[in-house]
Design a protein around this ligand. Structure first.
Ligand code: TXA
Ligand code: MG
Length: 343
């Protein structure tokens, strides 16, 4: 299969590109498209044949449910049994935006592979012109995971989708680099207090301002819980080819690590703030200015992917505080590193 990439930036051909995407989706095909978080790989959420193609193209385990994307808040009622009061408040405040709400699904409406056997479904309204235009032209819900091969960092550029899924999907709508760069916050609102299953751009603090107490499990609790509630969180994630090690964001510590590793013949890629540039790493991928977590989240996956294009044998990634969006960044970094710290 040939994969076509079409630029949708309000150029005169954009309308045609949307029509092509809508036709493919209506015919049970998959299409990759940008959202404000990462690129998604979508299929019509009521078409089981189309949804199955998502799992095939990504190599995704079939027990990992998909998020359903909608173009308007009103559509939620078509798919959800009872919308909790708190969910309505959150939709009003954060939609469109990077917040996925897990609610009880109406039985028999969504394709069975979307929910992977669960009675709940995650819904979100993305805050991206291309995603919203596509949803509103299609007038159907779109099930979409991140558009990467399973295990790889989520794609934040159309080029990343191409790298991973070239020849496996018919169309990529190219809307340039995504803004936030890490996936949406997943909040289970079927329980009280609600639980953050995956931290993201909408932080615990932001949620609590609207609905009061919200639980954000610590890593230890996550480990003790033998059946993770967001099935996807148990798999290897965001992993470049070379092993990733987390390291304290301190120039002395990093510089000593680099000399030791160099002496052992390692080729080192360093992901760190701009000011760490001259510490002797073989390859340097700056997050941005020290403490700029927004920049860090928007660059993280691109940097991790860029490591794969180097001869690096080891990747050192400096950490950030777990305040605000830092919780989401550290969650992804810890997964990319498989929990390993440089010692
Ligand atoms: O920002 C995002 O959320 C992106 C864009 C494309 O919207 N999508 C995304 O989808 O990251 P995916 O499939 O890569 O991650 C969805 C996560 C997985 O960890 C999955 O297990 C969890 O949400 N999830 C989905 N439905 C669930 C459900 N009913 N109950 C618990 N967890 C669920
Ligand atoms: Mg994913």
């Amino acid at each position: 299969m040939e994969t076509i990439r079409l630029l949708v930036d309000n150029n005169s051909n954009s309308e045609k590109s949307y029509t092509q995407a809508v036709d493919l989706l209506n015919n049970g095909e998959v299409v990759a498209f940008p959202t404000e978080t990462v690129y998604g790989l979508g299929a019509v959420a009521t078409n089981d044949r189309g949804v199955k193609k998502i799992f095939e193209a990504k190599g995704r385990p079939s027990d990992n449910p998909l998020i359903v994307h909608i173009g308007t808040i009103e559509e939620v009622a078509n798919f959800i049994e009872e919308i909790p009061e708190n969910a309505l408040k959150l939709m009003d405040t954060f939609w469109p935006g990077p917040l996925t709400l897990i609610m009880k699904a109406k039985p028999g409406i969504l394709a069975p592979s979307v929910t992977a056997g669960l009675t709940t479904v995650g819904m979100r309204m993305p805050d991206h012109e291309v995603a919203l235009d596509l949803l509103r032209k299609l007038k159907k819900p779109v099930a979409a995971p991140s558009a990467n091969r399973s295990g790889k960092p989520s794609p934040t550029k159309a080029e990343h989708v191409e790298e991973d899924l070239q020849g496996r999907i018919p169309l990529i709508l190219d809307g340039g680099a995504t803004g936030i760069g890490i996936e949406s916050t997943v909040l289970d609102i079927t329980v009280n207090p609600p639980v953050i299953l995956r931290p993201g751009g909408v932080t615990k603090e932001m949620l609590e301002e609207v609905i009061g107490e919200v639980i954000q499990p610590t890593k230890l609790q996550e480990k003790l819980d033998s059946t993770p509630k967001a099935p996807g969180m148990k798999y290897t994630h965001y992993a470049p080819n070379a092993p990733v090690y987390l390291i304290e964001s301190d120039q002395m510590t990093v510089s000593e690590a680099i000399s030791k590793l160099s002496n052992k013949g390692e080729k080192i890629a360093l992901l760190a703030p701009l000011s760490f540039e001259n510490l002797g790493a073989d390859f340097f991928f700056p997050y941005g200015e020290e403490g700029d977590q927004e920049m860090m989240s928007s660059k993280l996956y691109d940097d991790l992917r860029a490591c794969d294009k180097t001869q690096a044998t080891i990747i050192l990634a400096t950490t950030t505080s777990i305040q605000g969006v830092g919780a989401a960044i550290m969650n992804r970094l810890e997964k990319a590193a498989g929990g390993n710290w440089y010692k």
